[in-house]
Each structure stands twice: as structure tokens, then as C-alpha cells.
Design a binder for this molecule. Structure first.
Ligand code: 5GP
Length: 346
């Protein structure tokens, strides 16, 4: 047994220190980034935010809504091949990742869809990216799809980030246990504070010209700014995008002044009882559920939330004098804090 004594940080442990700058207003900053994918030589530009491949967030409707902002969606794994073929034939599907796991049937389905509607962004997603089998899957997918951008995860340490990039990933997805509906840390005791995971994995990835996507644990726009400040190239979020019209979730209505009003929406982890009952006929005996099911307030179209997130990031950039999002990590100094929010009004 070993104990590491370096402090490891979460978003709530830090604030970003403001810096002098000549920037006058948040309208002068540019939240877009351009990336070069290491294995394909292809370029991507946009607002580097990805809706998680969870089945009430990673929807086709979400992809259409986020396109306008240059943001992306990792589609959930439960669309049929026909639905995916029809979607990927649409010109507006360019911001969507096709998500899959490591099973043969996942890969057969990807090949069948790709034969009819070419896929150029693939998200290889497993809860634990530390297995040999996963590294082999990344290699095999890279060989089969030499021109596709491949995002693979999840891991939380530099050594495994490097292994996945060397195996063929362009983007490594970082995060074990930080998610809003994740119970991995409770069930297994395994995890890594998310901001430190981002800082360490992005440092490892950038040395190999790879990219990272900080996945999970973002609760407010300030956390998104901290993720970018810590070196995350992309961020992925589930909970912050839940409860919107574009989520294909179950809505709960209440009667208010004689009118039926939407008040809440169901949101659940992809390895929760809810998801496993829906897709795999129940929780397998050898594993425990590692996700929860919650109700989130109904929030209307995702447009308002996107404005809020992008506005928060722009404002953070103004405070530290970053004209472009790319400069953010260079201009970020984190200060460790004991408390950061005034909670007097809840
Ligand atoms: P959030 O933005 O809601 O905090 O986190 C979203 C991320 O949580 C997803 O992208 C995925 O990595 C993770 N996640 C989603 N469902 C589950 C689950 O059932 N169990 C665990 N351990 N993680 C989940």
C-alpha cells in the first residue's frame, strides 16, 4: 500500500485568480477553438463542449440544437442502426460522435451504419479505460477507421492517457466517478478529483499532440471555465444539459391554475438500474448498479442554458485577459480555497 501526499483538486477546491488586462468587455473574447486531430490530420473548429452519450442528453435533437453554437453531441448508444443511418445522412450531423463500447455487436453495428452513412467521429466509451481489451479496441478501431476522429475513455491518469493516444485516440476522455448521477466512488471507492485528473491527463496528452475531454462533474459555468483553465481541450456534460426540451426524457406535469405545466424530467446514469432495466433486461448478477436516477427541474429549450454557459466562459476569459479560449490555460492561476460561494440565500 502507498499513500500519495500531493494535493489533488476538484472544481470546488479552487477559484481562478483575476489578472490585469486590456480587455474591455466580454464581447471581445472568442470562445471558439480549432484543433488538429493527431491521427487523422483533420481540423475541427467550434465551441469545445460535448453533450454526454447518456440517453436523455446525447440525443439527435440535442445535436441539432447545439450545432448553432459549434458545440457537439456524443449520441447515446441506444439508437437503432436505421435511425443512425438516417441521421448521419443529414447535413446537420457533422457535430455528432457515434458512441459505442467494446462488444462485437457494437462494432458490427458501427460497420453497418458506416457502410450506408460514413462516420467521421467515434466515441469509444467504457466505464473503465484501464483494461488491455480497451486498448486493443482503440487500436482495432483506429485501423478500421483511419480517417475518423476517435475519442476514447475514461481514464484519469497520465500513463493511461498516453497509452490510449499511442493506440490511436485523438481525444482521451477523462473522469472516473465525478458525474452527477454516478455512484462509482460510493460503490467501489475508486476515482480521482476531476480538476487534477484534467491537469495531469492534459499535460500528458499535449506532449503527444493529443487532446483531452474532461467528462463529468461540471455543475455550473464556472466549473467549465476551470476545466478549460486546467487544460481541458473539450468538456463533456450530462447533468448541466438535462431537463431540456431536446432531452428525450420522461416529463412530469403538475396542474397550476388549471393548466398542465411541465415541472420536472427524469435523468439517470447509464449504469443505473433504470438504464439497465430499460436496455439490458435488468442489473446483471455479477455487477452492482453504479448510477442513480433523479428528477431535474424542467428548463425549456437548451438555448438558454447554452447562452449561460458560453456567457460564463466569456466572462471568465475577460477576468483573466484571455482573448482566445486557447490562451485560457496559460493565463489561469488557480488558488486553493476553503469556501467559494456565499450561501446565505441558499
Ligand atoms: P455529469 O455532467 O452529469 O456530471 O457527468 C456526465 C458523465 O457521467 C457521463 O459523460 C459519463 O462519463 C458519466 N456517467 C453517466 N452515467 C453514469 C453511470 O451510470 N455511472 C457512472 N459511473 N458514470 C456515469
Amino acid at each position: 500500500m502507498r499513500i500519495e501526499n500531493d494535493p489533488k483538486l476538484d472544481f470546488r477546491d479552487v477559484l481562478i485568480r483575476p489578472k490585469r488586462s486590456t480587455l474591455g468587455s466580454r464581447s471581445e473574447v472568442d470562445v471558439h477553438r480549432s484543433f488538429h486531430f493527431a491521427h487523422t490530420g483533420r481540423e475541427w473548429s467550434g465551441f469545445p463542449l460535448i453533450a454526454a452519450n447518456m440517453d436523455v442528453v446525447g440525443t439527435m435533437a440535442m445535436a441539432r440544437a447545439l450545432l448553432k453554437h459549434g458545440a457537439m453531441v456524443a449520441l447515446h448508444k441506444h439508437y437503432s442502426a436505421d435511425e443512425l443511418i438516417a441521421f448521419f445522412k443529414e447535413p446537420g450531423s457533422a457535430n455528432a460522435f457515434y458512441s459505442l463500447g467494446t462488444t462485437d455487436s457494437d462494432h458490427d453495428k458501427l460497420k453497418a451504419v458506416h457502410a450506408k452513412a460514413p462516420i467521421d467521429k467515434i466515441c469509444l466509451d467504457v466505464a473503465n479505460g484501464y483494461t488491455e481489451k480497451f486498448v486493443d479496441t482503440v487500436k482495432a478501431t483506429r485501423d478500421a477507421f483511419p480517417n475518423a476522429a476517435i475519442m476514447a475513455g475514461n481514464v484519469v491518469t497520465g500513463d493511461m492517457t498516453e497509452a490510449l493516444i499511442l493506440a490511436g485516440a485523438d481525444i482521451v476522455k477523462v473522469g472516473i466517478g465525478p458525474g452527477s448521477v454516478c455512484t462509482t466512488r460510493k460503490m467501489t471507492g475508486v476515482g480521482y478529483p476531476q480538476l487534477s485528473a484534467i491537469i495531469e491527463c492534459s499535460d500528458a496528452a499535449h506532449g503527444l499532440k493529443g487532446l483531452v475531454c474532461g467528462d463529468g462533474g461540471l455543475t455550473v459555468p464556472g466549473d467549465v471555465a476551470k476545466a478549460y483553465g486546467g487544460g481541458s481541450d473539450f468538456v463533456m456534460m450530462g447533468g448541466m444539459l438535462a431537463g431540456h426540451d431536446e432531452c428525450e426524457g420522461e416529463i412530469r406535469y403538475e396542474e397550476r391554475d388549471g393548466e398542465k405545466m411541465p415541472v420536472a424530467m427524469v435523468f439517470y446514469g447509464m449504469s443505473s438500474d433504470t438504464a439497465m432495466n430499460k436496455y439490458s433486461g435488468g442489473v446483471a448478477k455479477y455487477r452492482a448498479s453504479e448510477g442513480k436516477t433523479v428528477e431535474v427541474p424542467y428548463r425549456g429549450p437548451v438555448e438558454g442554458t447554452m447562452q449561460e454557459i458560453m456567457g460564463g466562459v466569456r466572462s471568465a476569459m475577460t477576468y483573466i485577459g484571455a482573448v482566445r479560449l486557447k490562451e485560457m490555460s496559460k493565463r489561469t492561476t488557480f488558488i486553493m480555497v476553503g469556501a467559494q460561494l456565499n450561501t446565505v440565500f441558499g
